[in-house]
Design a protein around this ligand. Structure first.
Ligand SMILES: [Zn+2]
Length: 140
């Protein structure tokens, strides 16, 4: 079964055992990253070792899904077939930890309304019940 025609084209990630928690957490409405057991550090992109304390005791855990637009750009170039241009490519800083940032899109608002410091929360865009892309929308 294909995607609904109103969903934008997205390059599919290769889902592996190492990143499945991230790409499929949206099935349960959760944005998940690896987290270190001993020191609590959030780890992104996934790594088998904690970069802070080198522990191998890391496991997926859910963040709140709340964050702030750290930087962004308006994409006017139709690189891929998509109904909505321009769209916002943003680096979102998650509340849980300094430096925990996600390259994503800000959606469900006029592109011109996005600014640095805008408060956002995660929403998921499901494709084929296989991958849930974490996107962000303004907190109203
Ligand atoms: Zn650690």
């Amino acid at each position: 079964m294909g995607d609904a025609p109103d969903k934008p084209f997205r390059l599919r990630p290769r889902v592996t055992a190492a990143n499945e928690h991230f790409w499929r957490g949206g099935r349960e409405g959760e944005l998940r990253f690896l987290r270190c057991g001993p020191c609590g550090c959030w780890i992104h992109p996934p790594s088998p070792r904690c970069p802070a304390c080198l522990s191998k005791d890391v496991a997926p855990a859910a963040v709140s899904g709340l964050g702030t637009v750290y930087s962004f750009t308006l994409n006017h170039q139709p690189w891929v077939p998509s109904p909505d241009h321009p769209y916002v490519i943003a680096l979102v800083a998650l509340d849980e930890q300094d430096g925990l940032r996600l390259m994503t899109n800000v959606v469900n608002c006029p592109a011109e309304s996005v600014s640095i410091g805008l408060r956002v929360r995660v929403v998921f865009e499901n494709h084929d019940d296989d991958v849930w892309f974490p996107l962000f929308e303004p907190v109203s």
